[in-house]
Write a protein that binds this ligand. Sequence first.
Ligand code: AMP
Ligand code: MG
Length: 403
Amino acid sequence: MDTVDGYLAEILAAIRPLAPRRLSLEDADGGVLAEDITAQWPLPPFDNSGMDGYAVRASDTAAATPGAPVTLPVNGEVAAGDTAEHELAPGSCLRIMTGAPLPSGADAVVPVELTDGGTTRVAIGQPVAAGDSVRRAGGDAAPGDVLLAAGIRLGPVPLGLLAAAGRASVLARPRPRVCVFSTGNELAAPGTPIARGRIWESNSFMLASAARQAGADAGRRPSVPDDPDQVLALIEDAAGLADLLVTSGGVSMGGEHDAVKAALQRLGTVRFRKVAMQPGMPQGFGVVGKDSTPILTLPGNPVSAFVSFRLFVRPALRALQGTTDDHQRTARAVLTAPLRSPKGKRSFLRGVLGNDNTEITPLSGQASHQLAALARANALIVVPEQVISMQQGDVAEVISLDD
Ligand code: AMP
Ligand code: MG
């Protein structure tokens, strides 16, 4: 039997990161940056107003008090986007809008709130200092500053910053394309009628969603029956279109209906093995097709498939983007009830973290088909291989499912 850690290490060692590509900002969303981004221009690019108000020489407002305001003539207006050269004559002011370029000669902006809002002449009720309400060129970033370092994941703020810096495309490792499908004669599409002996197929929906949540561009295929020829055809087709394949079902130990296992005897390098864990013992990993597309074959029981995704597929997705997963990150919480665990296997029991994540309550319904119980859980309780029971009050290792 493989250990959980040994199996994961084997997967991570075999996966080669996707080649970086030049991507438009929209396509780069969720990608991992593969170059340092250096500012070419100052941010902001020019001195501009931080407020709606009046551009002034600060010294012209020095004598202003609420009781004896300074009154200045308003010699025009500068709006955001105005590219004309404006010059401020001493002893006057210009109406100015947020983001508008600061006229030459001005060194401060009086916010409209500190004035009577006049249009030809304005009364200013208190003095401003040089630099007040002015956003200096380069005040956020100077040319040559590293705005974003290679290796970060491109999400909302980095993409906004790239655009603000004038970049339309970047070199990034794209979101991995993932294809998910299930096998089993018993599986029927949700929404279709089922006869006794059949169940609605759930894993492909769950796993595709999990892959998307983990940053992949994931799609699912309709399930296929336990027919190695059909399974093989689907794998061959999908391998050419995806960076990672994920299957569920058909990998149990010894069942002659294990079509995934049978199909992959004929294609690729997949090695099937038992991993010392519960749920999720039967696992397979290898590469298929001319592009050596990695494939993970997960067991069919829904809870097993979910736990397997979390432990092996998610780190594999990170590896495809050249980053490491925080999959090792666990927290500690106090058990509110005892639990049991099989000897020699690392178990991942479903639990509810409560009381500010300091307490963990094992759920009832720990069998690997109990998806409804999994839906009540927000954490997995990790019980080491050699531990067969834990008591109320013991400190357990937990993996939060909230991220
Ligand atoms: P298998 O791994 O194919 O032996 O399947 C183990 C158990 O998981 C069986 O009870 C299957 O009916 C169930 N199962 C397999 N695939 C799925 C699926 N895609 N959705 C829901 N249950 C499944
Ligand atoms: Mg099956």
